[in-house]
Ligand binder design. Sequence first.
Ligand code: ATP
Length: 238
Amino acid sequence: MSDALLSIKNLSAGYGDFVAVESVDLAVKKGQIVSLIGINGAGKTTLMHTVAGLHKPASGKVLFGGEDITGLPADKIVAKGLSLVPQGGRCFTRMSVQDNLLMGSFPRSARKNAKQTLEHIYELFPDLGEMKQRPAGNLSGGQRQMVAIGRALMGDPECLIFDEISLGLSPAVINDIYKKIKRINEEENTSIILIEQDIHRALKASDAFYVMLKGRVALSGQSDEIDSETLKKAYFGI
Ligand code: ATP
């Protein structure tokens, strides 16, 4: 029997006739950090949106905690413990930081601990605690990314997918956010999937990696065992 928390089996997805993700197999164990790397257009976001219920699969299966969640709507998947932090720290800009966070506690299982979880998020991201009554639209890009992470944490996830959180942020902010991700992983034993274009950062932060190219998995393995030449070849398809 597989010891994976998340198992993606032979998954394909696309847009009309265009196949963006083809026959992908991927597994994430409980407490593991997995990076999903690849150039622009490789299919990373489409794959993870399909897993998270934001895009319909064409074929294949997604199992989470042994349960078939293929094609379920996103809110049902969040309620089962799998959440995606979107690119660009998308927030409801007119709503306060705190109301943005509370939006994430809609799953029944998360609601009873919402107050405690909120305190934990303010401890993890002190900036958010100080700005909790401000409209999220007044925040910097990095702070908005923290709100998006906090909102996902409010659902009490067992597995978190981060979609290119580095985009548009300064190196100092990216380092800080990566430290917080490590903390979330260590403290809660939350499984993490990092969609990244930065090979070096992805490998440094993860236990295992998958490289996608043209919709398929070109290479996978343990992050500390791969040599950079082999990885580069798979990444660029050369
Ligand atoms: P990026 O790093 O740029 O986000 P990615 O690896 O996440 O790239 P996807 O965004 O999943 O790749 O895109 C995979 C392929 O699907 C690309 O060829 C892209 O042009 C195409 N694609 C993505 N979204 C759509 C869409 N809404 N309609 C049609 N084609 C799309």
